[in-house]
Write a new protein. Structure first.
Length: 139
């Protein structure tokens, strides 16, 4: 991607490691390979936490989960949220009728100057002003 900084959502990471996901697994592999050296690709601790929770719940690739997270941390930049982010997140969730965790991710992005999220979740993120959605699983 050449459109400036972007955040990779947890669902991309899950499909990357879920070999039973068929075409989505292949699309996630292709996207991550194409962006493995991209200095504008970011993750957040929230996305990594969501990814780890799904992998553990589904029992996907669990033996290498810690190593995988370490590799992701080495490869991509991280963005964080501040203490006042939660207050703004609540307003965002209420005003745009999006789930709290999606609003938190969007608010974290905006506070870090990132306007693009790579995710399968187009519906929720498209409701939030200032956020552009790129779905790597769309034809």
């Amino acid at each position: 991607m050449d459109e400036g900084p972007f955040l990779i959502d947890a669902n991309v990471l899950v499909y990357l490691h879920d070999e039973d996901a068929g075409e989505k697994h292949q699309q996630a592999l292709a996207f991550m390979e194409a962006n493995k050296l991209n200095p504008f690709a970011f993750l957040s601790p929230q996305c990594l936490g969501e990814f780890a929770a799904v992998v553990l719940r589904k029992k996907l690739y669990t033996a290498f989960l810690a190593q995988t997270v370490r590799e992701l941390l080495e490869r991509f930049g991280l963005i964080y949220y501040a203490r006042e982010t939660i207050e703004h997140t609540i307003e965002l969730a209420i005003n745009y009728k999006v789930p709290f965790w999606d609003a938190l991710l969007a608010q974290t992005m905006l506070e870090n100057g990132i306007q693009t999220i790579v995710t399968e979740n187009e519906v929720d993120f498209k409701r939030i002003p200032g956020i552009k959605v790129v779905n790597p699983f769309r034809g």
